[in-house]
Design a protein around this ligand. Structure first.
Ligand SMILES: NC(=O)c1ccc[n+]([C@@H]2O[C@H](COP(=O)([O-])OP(=O)(O)OC[C@H]3O[C@@H](n4cnc5c(N)ncnc54)[C@H](O)[C@@H]3O)[C@@H](O)[C@H]2O)c1
Length: 447
């Protein structure tokens, strides 16, 4: 069953109170908070369960535990309307609800396979408290077969509770916008009534196509999408690296390539490789899943190797800019977040680069507008010029647009050396060179 959503492209209207539902969201992280805030915007009443007391205290005091544009407004809207409550007990959170979203971490476990123990334990804990007739929705990214497996655990089986897969596709940095204007809403269920409750009852006022599929396919769509994006990143980086060798310009090449409508222009920027809390974890999980089923996913292995190689290439560029060795060098680092628009440093390429540089003996002076991180050999400084201060090399590792506003003449004055390695191709090479600095991007030909 597949049902197109409204096609007028307008922001969704608020749900009228006539179809307001009482919904629980378990886990107040990036996904859970956006889900909770988004559901409040749709007119529902949301009960948020979270085990981290400090996080709950922050939320109750009106402070955001994570940075995500537009999220604070949604959460305060819910609190002001009395339609958002916070609970330290998940059992208390699910009380009297008709739909329960699970937005808990599913980290990498042994051999890259997903560790679902947090989710399993939390579900076992709330199972007996789930109201009869309710729907348990798995938003976390989980191995194929999880929704089915959970529907068969003793605490759930035999109860009048349906288990549905509803993978999350938000992008950190534009997560609220992604919730309100999804490309599609994927719902994995064998129970059409439960699927309809989600498609129309919960998400009724959202635009975008509803794709109702079987749970295994729903879970696989999430992995396939992320593995494809990772593949694209590694492919683009490979092309950029080859451009450097043959003397072509990657930006020109990829711009020309993206104008083919079969290819499109998204995810065509060369850089330090993919990172963040999802792509690395999900590619590892898919590879592990393939291995377990005896399928050799060679392409995915190569994608991961290329990603690692990309980090090494950038470190080598910084080393060469520092005169051949990183030992004793000072590197100014612009950016720590895994991408612009977020404070998230989980598997951040920038943080990985910082770790590699310090491991090779460099001192790193890092600035990020939102992210905070501590590691031996790295000092966080309050502004971009302080990061450049006394640096032999300046490395741009996160694509915050505000770095383009920093005057390169002042950067040059602050630095000891004179090379900028731009791992994001963010700065204007001509402007940087005009200030008397050398500029090295990714994919710029030598010839
Ligand atoms: N972050 C993303 O961009 C994104 C996108 C799509 C899918 N996902 C998936 O969504 C899931 C959640 O990701 P996230 O980034 O929101 O994680 P997160 O770490 O930001 O948030 C998880 C939250 O759950 C809380 N928690 C842990 N155990 C708990 C328990 N037993 N009871 C209540 N709360 C508990 C944590 O304290 C934390 O606040 C993962 O499976 C992830 O792969 C994430």
């Amino acid at each position: 069953m597949s049902r197109p959503g409204p096609d007028d492209g307008e922001a969704p209207a608020r749900a009228s109170s006539s179809h307001r539902m009482r919904i629980a969201v378990i886990g107040a992280g990036y996904v859970g908070l956006v889900q909770a805030g988004g559901l409040v915007r749709l007119g529902h009443e949301v009960r948020l369960g979270e085990r981290d007391e400090a996080r709950l205290d922050a939320l109750r005091a009106g402070r955001m535990p994570v940075y995500e544009p537009g999220l604070a407004a949604l959460i305060s809207e819910g609190r002001a309307a009395g339609r958002l409550s916070f609970h330290a007990s998940n059992r208390e959170a699910v009380s009297g609800t008709s739909v329960v979203f699970i937005a808990l971490p599913t980290p990498s476990g042994e051999g890259g396979a997903v560790d679902t123990s947090i989710l399993d334990r939390a579900i076992a804990d709330v199972a007996a408290s789930l109201p009869a007739g309710s729907v348990l929705v798995i938003k976390s990214t989980v191995p194929v077969g999880t929704a089915r497996r959970i529907s068969q655990i003793p605490a759930i089986e035999g109860r009048d509770v349906r288990v549905v897969s509803n993978p999350e596709f938000l992008r950190e940095g534009s997560a609220v916008e992604d919730f309100l204007n999804p490309d599609r809403v994927v719902i994995g269920s064998t129970d059409l009534q439960a699927a309809e409750l989600l498609a129309s009852g919960v998400y009724g006022d959202l635009p975008g196509e509803r794709l109702v599929v079987d749970p295994a396919s729903s879970e696989m769509i999430k992995y396939a999408a992320n593995a494809y994006l990772a593949t694209r990143v590694s492919f683009v980086n490979s092309i950029a690296n080859l451009c450097e060798e043959v003397g072509a310009d990657a930006a020109t090449v990829l711009g020309g390539m993206g104008r083919d409508h079969r290819i499109g222009s998204h995810y065509l920027a060369p850089g330090p490789g993919y990172g963040g809390s999802c792509l690395p974890k999900d590619t590892r999980a898919l590879r592990a899943m393939a291995e377990r089923h005896g399928y050799d996913f060679r392409l995915l292995r190569a994608v991961m190797e290329v990603n690692d190689e990309q980090r090494r290439r950038i470190v080598a560029k910084v080393a060469s800019a520092a005169g051949g060795t990183l030992s004793g060098a000072t590197v100014g680092l612009w950016g720590l977040a895994f991408k612009a628009g977020t404070d998230d440093v989980r598997e951040s390429p920038a943080a990985d680069l910082a770790g590699r540089l310090t491991a090779a003996g460099a001192s790193v002076r890092a600035y990020d507008p939102r992210a905070v991180l501590s590691m031996p050999g790295m000092e966080m400084v309050p502004d971009p010029l302080a990061a450049a201060d006394g640096a032999d090399v300046l490395l741009v590792a996160t694509e915050w647009r505000r770095f383009r506003q920093v005057d390169p003449v002042e950067v040059k004055e602050a630095m000891r050396g004179s090379v900028v390695v731009d791992a994001r191709n963010l700065l204007d090479a001509e402007v940087v060179r005009a200030a008397g600095l050398s500029y090295r991007g990714v994919g710029t030909g030598r010839a």
